[in-house]
Design a protein around this ligand. Structure first.
Ligand code: 5GP
Ligand code: ZN
Length: 137
């Protein structure tokens, strides 16, 4: 590691400490939300970002995330953060219309190990654009 890269890593660490923001350290979706990792954006406002899944499972496969790391998964939804989750669902309805998913779509949030969650920043998959399998598991 070069001295410059080391300095920048230490500065970043201090920033996380100052903000008491350990949850977002090394979180891929936090980095996408900050624009440090590129994504194909579909929708953005102050609190929410929607972007195309890198490994689409359907013709339309969009991920909707809160920009802030408010929860690891649906298991962490509380009265304090549920307004953001409600807002996300309003945005999901808006995106579904924009993507012309008039014939239907599916919203999934995987939670924890048994839920096969791979990124521990709460997110909602919008899947559509074809008739999806009837079996969910
Ligand atoms: P989970 O399995 O946690 O419910 O979903 C994580 C999703 O994130 C997966 O569908 C995976 O394809 C997607 N994903 C993982 N890494 C990236 C990335 O770097 N960019 C984008 N756009 N999607 C990603
Ligand atoms: Zn995060």
């Amino acid at each position: 590691m070069t001295a410059g890269a080391f300095r920048s890593a230490v500065q970043k660490l201090f920033l996380y400490i100052e903000r008491n923001d350990f949850k977002s350290m090394d979180c891929l979706f936090c980095e996408i939300a900050k624009g440090n990792i590129p994504s194909t954006k579909v929708y953005e406002d102050e609190t929410v970002l929607a972007f195309k899944d890198i490994n689409p499972m359907a013709p339309v496969h969009i991920l909707v995330i809160p920009k802030e790391h408010i929860a690891d998964s649906a298991a962490d939804i509380t009265p304090e953060n549920s307004a953001t989750v409600a807002h996300i669902f309003e945005i999901i309805a808006k995106i579904a219309k924009e993507q012309e998913l008039d014939n239907g779509f599916r919203v999934i949030t995987n939670s924890g190990e048994d839920g096969a969650q791979t990124i521990n920043h709460i997110h909602f998959h919008i899947l559509g654009g074809k008739k999806l399998p009837e079996k969910m598991a």
